[in-house]
Design a protein around this ligand. Structure first.
Ligand code: PLP
Length: 397
């Protein structure tokens, strides 16, 4: 089929040509004497993406879920108490993973569409005089609902209560796209995955750990082997890995980190914000609303759009896929059929966003959702035009 299939799910995201080319290399010797000349600068530069100088970034051949597991097993012991807010499928799954590892999970149940409840968290921390809570887990960007939470606010709540719990952040759909500051926000564990903001295939769990997290590892009793930080530290120091690394993905990661740093992280964040805002203008023009209940929670990487009553979001997705070769994200679990999602992160630009909006419009009209043809695209266009760089145009003589 000619042309590109429109990939607007919130991961895997679109693969840039230079990243793809960087991975089109012969397989290499991961124990070669010169392998560290490739890996050591990569470890160093990744820290810039996480905005950490003090921490260390680990690369596991896994998906984001493996990163969750690495974060908890390296720092906690069975029976330890963790505090987690559940407001979507991903925060739910992380809580479930903790439970399966024998942790005691204190859940703050929040309505889907809302973000991390800072007040309730502060209350729990203040009440925990004996410091039984060993970690607070925050899903920075809940991909199921398109909700971004205030991680700096959680750090403030911990500090205000003088609470020593570790701060663990799921940044799988935020890091490298939405503002994220590991050191400044006092994040102890930061989890990312290769297939979202890093614009790579799935296959790397990228985990940042603070010195405090690494120190916690000395007494943490959760069983671990594949995800053991200690084995990584011992070998990464010299540029190697405890087992076979995903060398091809690492080559791609090098290209991805280069392109993120060349664009500049601030510009990357600003681009995501602007494109997300264009999508939101489109949604408003359709007369529809986001699953995210308040603007402060609007995600700049994914928008979950609520379909009107009596329509099924899955129908919109099906029609978009079959008739227009456009992939959209489905509503998961509690919001199944209630929403469809547009992923707008990674290797995307203005015209691609318009393409996604046009496809959504057609698909919605096909299933009978009463949106006006071109309305969302027009609103997004006007926003994009009004925020585009000014140009000096030559006069025709
Ligand atoms: C995608 C995602 C995950 C899970 O990552 P996998 O790579 O599918 O294991 C975890 N958390 C969030 C917020 C995500 O968006």
């Amino acid at each position: 089929m000619p042309g590109f299939h429109g990939l607007f799910i919130p991961g895997p995201t679109n693969l840039p040509f230079d990243v793809r080319q960087a991975m089109d290399v012969p397989l290499e010797d991961h124990r070669a004497p010169d392998f560290p000349t490739f890996t050591l600068p990569l470890f160093r530069d990744l820290k810039q993406i996480f905005k950490t100088e003090k921490g260390q970034v680990f690369l596991f051949p896994a998906s984001g879920t493996g990163g969750w597991e690495a974060a908890i097993t390296n720092t906690l012991s069975p029976g330890d108490r963790v505090l987690i807010a559940v407001f979507g499928q991903f925060s739910h799954l992380w809580a479930d993973l903790c439970q399966r590892h024998g942790l005691v999970v204190d859940k703050l149940d929040v309505e889907w569409g809302e973000g991390f409840p800072l007040d309730k968290c502060a209350e729990r921390l203040a009440a925990d005089k004996e410091h039984k809570i060993k970690a607070v887990l925050v899903c920075h960007n809940e991909t199921a609902t398109g909700v971004t939470s205030d991680v700096a606010g959680v750090r403030k709540a911990l500090d205000a209560a003088s609470h020593p719990a570790l701060l663990m952040v799921d940044g799988v759909s935020s890091i490298a796209s939405i503002d994220f500051r590991m050191d400044e926000w006092g994040v102890d564990l930061a989890v990312a995955g290769s297939q979202k903001g890093f614009m790579l295939p799935a296959g790397l769990a990228i985990v940042g750990a603070s010195p405090k997290a690494l120190a916690a590892g000395k007494t943490a009793k959760c069983p671990r082997c594949f995800f053991d930080f200690a084995d990584m530290i011992r070998t990464n120091k010299d540029g190697y890995f405890p087992y076979t690394p995903a060398t091809t993905l690492l080559r791609g990661l090098r290209a991805s980190v280069d392109s993120l740093l060349a664009e500049g992280l601030d510009n990357v964040v600003a681009r995501h914000h602007r494109l997300a805002e264009a999508v939101r203008r489109g949604v408003t023009a359709w007369g529809l609303t986001l699953c995210a209940k308040e603007p402060k929670w609007y995600s700049d990487t994914v928008s979950a759009i609520v379909v009107p009553k009596n329509f099924n979001g899955d129908d919109v997705i099906k029609v978009a896929y079959h008739r227009y070769r456009l992939s959209l994200g489905a509503g998961l679990s509690k919001v199944a059929g209630r929403v469809f999602r547009i992923g707008h992160l990674g290797h995307i630009n203005e015209i691609m966003v318009l393409q996604a909006l046009a496809g959504c419009e057609m698909a919605m009209r096909d299933v009978g959702v009463p949106v006006e043809a071109g309305s969302g695209v027009a609103a997004a266009e006007e926003y994009i035009r009004s925020t585009a760089p000014k140009l000096k145009l030559g006069k025709v003589a």
